[in-house]
Design a protein around this ligand. Structure first.
Ligand SMILES: *Cc1c(COP(=O)(O)O)cnc(C)c1O
Length: 609
């Protein structure tokens, strides 16, 4: 049975029961059934399913693991965590997160004015707010307003000029002044595609010289007592722990030296985000090579060592992990719309009395292929197809011959795949790119997997059903945009095999997992495909409930978003229909009625029901 690496990326969140992927929680519903249920309520196109219990699971994991590490080492500081809003700002995600974090005093991180407004509206009593990112005076003023509202807010300065603005605003607005954090530019960096946030050339943070300058400024303006936090962020999706350890040693020593220089209220180190998520489906190549436990104990141990060596108090530790909290809670489900070689059936053959010799040979190969010769015949057929294409281009065979050779080759491939099922995979893998099937999938990669489009980040993918049968087709996936970048190629290192399905008879859905971090807000409206229909699924012992069903935008709203006036669109359509001369009034009314109903549906394709 093909398990699609669910043991490595699934983290026990999902389980295969009989032929379906199920949510491994309480009543263990099949995702397929949930999807059918939602579609019966009239939602076509892709679906984004949220599972709040998986948000809770990650929050519990972070706090419990750090608390345990602190206890084990008898660490003297406190532990705090905030959720960085840029990872997912949607209320359907944020409300369950806040609820799950309440008991822990889980806070929020904001990187822009809009995010700060969300934080100021929803932060819970006593929980911290941190503010990163570039700030103008207005944003700093927002921070002061938040402090006046009684929030536990820390403004992290990214450069000396921001400190100068804080000094100005403090003069104008007086107390309370928010806590001040300083982001430091470390020598150490992360690794991988998201590591640019760290290192000496990073966009953010103060160099050691600027740090000394900042200390002087703070002292001169009587703000030194507001300086409470040191911050660094070595980049998202940290794949190895070694880089963090280096960064911690750097930050820890800076912390101790600043305390010794008189930063009397400096009491915490903010490690930023970066805690990695396992996306791979190939057990031989894990992306993340450490555990949360390692992350927590290494952090605690390193900072404790430095504090002891330099004779200063152990700092509070604050983390801003986002990807780790949000990624696993959302699953994108996309229906397969079409298999491209479906039209290659024996019925479609148009063999002539007299066929070109290579086509006769293809026909023989097709008739006599068996397990012992399957690989050889497969090679031959692909060779023949190439030769026949050359003959066509040179004008020696006609369109019917060409169609026959394509059909025969595909039929041979399909037979061979079945016959070779028990052969070593390596041999087959070598020719997979020649025999792969293209699955047209009813979703937009630009909208729903932007990090695949932009950064080639892999997201685990598997079919939601038929898991009791062996998938035999090596698959490449095409989305429904008119853009050739909207494609997930077959990849020998991460091969995806899917089932042969007759879509007239049954539906076939692909699940893309771990799409809950960053993908939703980064998603682009290429070809005007918008956010898929989104549903929150609560699971209990008896079954599940669909909560918060948010339907994908109808066409008229999409156009309004681009600044078209919906009334003008409707009037123009009406006018164009009235001006068409060859139809009667009844037909006109009919056309308009159909147009109206299209305008109020979403733009995704309709499959099956
Ligand atoms: C993006 C970001 C985070 C979140 O990073 P993850 O890798 O998602 O955990 C945390 N802190 C800062 C400053 C960031 O820019």
């Amino acid at each position: 049975m093909q398990r699609y690496g669910i043991e490595i990326w699934g983290e026990n969140n999902f389980v295969i029961i009989e032929d379906k992927v199920c949510i491994n929680h309480r009543s263990r519903p099949a995702i397929f059934d949930i999807v059918q249920d939602i579609r019966e309520q009239g939602s076509n196109g892709p679906l984004l399913l949220r599972f709040p219990h998986l948000i809770r699971k990650q929050i519990n994991a972070i706090f419990t693991t750090f608390h345990n590490a602190f206890e084990e080492l008898d660490y003297q500081g406190d532990f705090h965590a905030v959720f960085p809003l840029k990872v997912n700002q949607y209320p359907d995600f944020l409300m369950p997160l806040l609820q799950a974090g309440k008991a822990y005093g889980y806070g929020l991180e904001a990187g822009s004015k809009a995010e700060l407004i969300i934080a100021m509206s929803y932060i819970q009593e006593g929980a911290p707010i941190t503010v990163n990112g570039f700030k103008d005076k207005e944003m700093i003023e927002l921070g002061f307003l938040s402090a006046k509202m009684g929030h536990e807010i820390t403004l992290t300065i990214e450069g000396i000029n921001e400190l100068e603005s804080i000094i100005e605003v403090a003069d104008e607005m007086g107390t309370p002044v928010p806590n001040i954090g300083i982001r430091i530019k470390l020598h150490s960096t992360g690794s991988g595609i998201w590591s640019k946030s760290g290192g000496i050339n990073s966009k953010f943070g103060l160099t050691s010289t600027e740090l000394l300058e900042a200390m002087e400024l703070l002292r001169t303006h009587n703000l030194l007592e507001r300086f409470t936090m040191l911050h660094f962020h070595i980049g998202s999706q940290m794949t190895q722990i070694g880089n963090l350890k280096k960064a911690l040693r750097e930050a820890g020593n800076i912390y101790a030296d600043l305390l010794n220089m008189g930063a009397l209220n400096l009491n915490s180190i903010n490690l930023g985000g970066g805690l990695g998520v396992e996306y791979t489906q190939n057990e031989a190549y894990p992306e993340v090579t450490y555990s949360l436990k390692e992350y927590a104990s290494d952090t605690t141990f390193t900072l404790q060592q430095i504090a002891r060596a330099k004779g200063v108090r152990e700092p509070d530790i604050l983390i801003e992990s986002g990807r780790f909290i949000a990624a696993s809670h959302a699953v994108l489900v996309a229906p397969v719309f079409e298999l491209f070689s479906e039209e290659y059936s024996i019925k479609a053959l148009r063999l002539k009395e007299q066929n070109p010799p290579l086509i006769e040979e293809l026909h023989e190969l097709y008739k006599f292929i068996k397990p012992e010769n399957a690989l050889e015949y497969l090679h031959d057929s692909i060779d023949h197809l190439n030769s026949l294409m050359t003959l066509f281009n040179l004008g020696y065979i006609d369109l019917t011959d060409r169609s026959n050779s394509e059909i025969l080759t595909h039929l041979i491939i399909r037979k061979a795949i079945v016959l070779l099922k028990n052969k070593p995979v390596r041999e087959l893998l070598q020719i997979q790119d020649k025999i792969q099937e293209k699955y047209l999938v009813n979703f937009s990669i630009f909208q729903s997997l932007p990090d695949f489009w932009g950064l080639a980040q892999h997201f685990p993918v598997m079919p939601l059903s038929k898991l009791d049968t062996m998938p035999t087709r090596s698959a490449s996936l095409w989305d429904i945009t008119c853009d050739s970048d909207g494609e997930i190629d077959f990849d020998n290192k991460n091969p995806l095999f899917l089932h042969s399905v007759d879509l007239d008879e049954e539906e076939y859905f692909l699940g893309f997992f771990k799409v809950g971090a960053y993908q939703e807000v980064l998603g682009m409206k290429h070809n005007l495909f918008t956010r898929p229909t989104t549903a929150t699924i609560a699971i209990d012992e008896e079954g599940y409930r669909i909560e918060e069903l948010v339907k994908s935008d109808p066409l008229i709203d999409i156009l309004e978003d681009l600044n078209y006036n919906p009334l003008t669109i409707q009037n123009r359509l009406l006018e164009n229909i009235q001006n068409s001369v060859h139809i009667d009034a009844q037909t006109r009314a009919e056309i308009y009625r159909r147009m109206e109903s299209f305008l109020h549906e979403n733009g995704y394709l309709k499959t099956f029901n």
